[in-house]
Design a protein around this ligand. Structure first.
Ligand SMILES: Nc1ncnc2c1ncn2[C@@H]1O[C@H](COP(=O)(O)OP(=O)(O)OP(=O)(O)O)[C@@H](O)[C@H]1O
Ligand SMILES: [Mg+2]
Length: 345
């Protein structure tokens, strides 16, 4: 059994690395390619205590493009970690398949291109931070002096204070452990990173720093599959997301598509508007608020409503002052999507 594989089985933080440089001129093509293509992936567990089957991941289909930071969202127990472990080849699917960087899931050559930060990290904590990252560098057979250069680069990138580099990891705070976890995931310059909750349990400053570090990986051309409950982070750094619930995909799309929705605020004004026009506007759109004698602010939920409002206002010699698409936060989208699925709205 290779050193690399034994690390996987032991359940430690593990990185598979693959050195590659893209030929110049092929970048556009590469950016359009799928980094991950999931086709009907399913995982069933047998709950031995309850003597029943748990469908952790249920016929999941998903496409993640190379070069994007993809947010993989869902409530506790939704199936995120199970999906990541299947994609990494750490557990076997009950059904379905996936390709990772164009190769079948589980292909050993592909594993060398991947990095993984598990939600719970287990380190050899008697080692110093420096020695730990160096150890991962040695697993990937990075020769000196290149290895020392990379260890230093990774520790600097995750902004671990230099006075901690030579201290045993067992004395590290939660934030320092997260930083060392990300450093190990970067040691061999992987193309695709699976990060399972990289910013959980951190103070606000550490949180913002690590979020920005993850966000900066996109600028280096890396693909990140990010599982996170920190929706404001996801909104800031991800291009696209998926929401899963009880193992099933509920929605996927760009953040822009999802937060913009179909609500539009329209502001209109005109001295003739109060002559019965306000009442007619109320019959067209659900929300109308009258501001003074000649100004009205309303929310429309469809293109038909917008056009009807504009026709009415212009027909009454009024002016359209603003037409502004209303944005929701990703948290609004998440809560609404889950509540709709649960039949609560
Ligand atoms: N080894 C296992 N044996 C039995 N059931 C399991 C096992 N691992 C996960 N499950 C079940 O599969 C479902 C999905 O779990 P998973 O850990 O993938 O969720 P998650 O989305 O990562 O949740 P969290 O946000 O809490 O990390 C849960 O119902 C969980 O109890
Ligand atoms: Mg999880």
């Amino acid at each position: 059994m290779s050193d690399l594989y034994s690390e996987v089985v032991r359940g430690s933080v593990t990185v598979w690395v693959f050195f590659s440089t893209l030929p110049l001129g092929k970048e556009v093509h590469i950016l359009m390619a799928s980094a991950i293509k999931i086709d009907g992936l399913t995982k069933k567990y047998i709950d031995v205590w309850q003597k029943q089957e748990v469908i952790a991941v249920n016929d999941l289909n998903l496409d993640v493009q190379e070069g994007e930071i993809f947010g993989f969202l869902g409530r506790n127990g939704a199936g995120k970690t199970t999906t990541i472990k299947m994609l990494l080849g750490l557990i076997f699917p009950t059904g379905g398949d996936a390709t990772i960087l164009g190769k079948p899931m589980g292909d050993n050559s592909v594993k060398q291109s991947l990095a993984y930060l598990p939600e719970e990290t287990y380190f050899y904590d008697s080692m110093t931070g420096w020695d730990l990252i160096d150890y991962y560098g040695r697993l990937f057979k990075i020769p000196q002096p290149e290895r020392a250069r990379r260890v230093q680069q990774c520790l600097e990138k995750v902004r671990l204070q230099p006075d901690a580099w030579r201290r045993a990891v067992r004395g590290y705070s939660k934030g320092m452990r997260q930083r060392i976890g990300i450093a190990q995931a970067l040691i061999n310059d992987p193309k695709l990173l699976f990060l399972d909750e990289p910013t959980s349990g951190l103070d606000p400053i550490a949180h913002a720093e690590l979020r920005d570090i993850v966000g900066s990986l996109k600028d280096e051309g890396k693909t990140v599959f990010l599982s996170s409950h920190q929706l404001a982070d996801v909104e800031l750094i991800c291009s696209r997301i998926a929401i899963i619930h009880k193992g099933k995909l509920l929605t996927t799309g760009t953040i822009k598509e999802l937060v913009e929705g179909e609500r539009t605020e329209i502001v209109a004004q005109g001295s003739a508007l109060h002559n019965g026009v306000f009442a007619k506007l109320k019959s067209i759109v659900p929300s109308v608020s009258i501001e003074g004698e000649d100004r009205v602010r309303l929310i429309s939920t469809s293109a038909e409503e917008i056009n009807a409002v504009i026709d009415l206002v212009r027909g009454a010699q009024g002016q359209i002052v603003a037409v502004v698409p209303q944005k929701r936060t990703l948290e609004d989208v998440f809560v609404e999507t889950i509540r709709r699925e649960e039949g609560e709205i």
